[in-house]
Design a protein around this ligand. Structure first.
Ligand code: BEZ
Length: 210
């Protein structure tokens, strides 16, 4: 079973944009790999439409997106037309046709007690070093919150770049938490915007990249 911190398995996949090697596709970018239960289903149609509409938000964060279901390429091609038509977008990311479920199994996207044949709504955020940074799993009946996914990516990138964590319900622009690994005496040099020590273990600082 894949866990946070593990290396995301590489694969070669048949996708709506041709055969792709996952690592080559990602290059040095961050990645989002997500599964949906089936083509031509209502919730999935809205999720893929929403993902397409967020192209500039993913690009701004240097994130490449890839979707997956166990349907065929032919099915994907037909369904993409419906997504474009009904959601007012151009699907602008590859959708994997994982007919033999190799990739779904490698990423734990099959949950047999939820569905014997279809993937659940799994989503992985993968860092440029290919480690898994976020795993979420939603049931078929609940579409994911893509604003939350962007929020987590922002948090992960702040941690990677500035040694801060983000508190409960944090939103872009709000104060961040200095990670425990940094000693209080080292904070001034590292965080020129200042900090507030609420407790020795709870040190807040303005968001470093704002
Ligand atoms: C949907 O995408 O709408 C969906 C897919 C599978 C089961 C239930 C809903």
């Amino acid at each position: 079973m894949l866990r946070l911190g593990d290396i995301a398995p590489n694969f070669t996949a048949q996708t709506s944009e041709g055969e792709l090697d996952f690592y080559e596709y990602l290059g040095n970018s961050w990645g989002v790999l997500f599964s949906h239960p089936a083509d031509y289903t209502p919730v999935c149609t809205t999720e893929l439409g929403r993902t397409a509409s967020l192209k500039s938000e993913f690009k701004k964060r240097n994130v490449k997106v890839m979707a997956l279901s166990v349907d065929t390429l032919e099915s994907h091609q037909g369904w993409i037309k419906d997504i474009n038509e009904t959601q007012g977008v151009e699907v602008n990311f590859p959708i994997i046709a994982d007919k033999d479920k190799t990739i779904s199994e490698a990423y734990g996207m099959m949950h047999p007690n939820a569905s014997a044949t279809l993937t659940v709504r799994s989503l992985f955020v993968i860092a440029p070093d290919k480690t898994v940074k976020l795993m979420i799993t939603y049931p078929a009946s609940t579409g994911r919150n893509f604003t939350e996914i962007l929020r987590v990516i922002d948090s992960l990138q702040l941690t990677a770049n500035y040694s801060v964590a983000t508190p409960a319900d944090w939103k872009d622009g709000e104060d961040c938490v200095v990670v425990p690994a940094i000693k209080t005496e080292d904070i001034p040099a590292k965080f020129p915007k200042g900090f507030t020590e609420i407790k020795p273990y709870l040190r807040m600082t303005p968001q470093p990249n704002k």
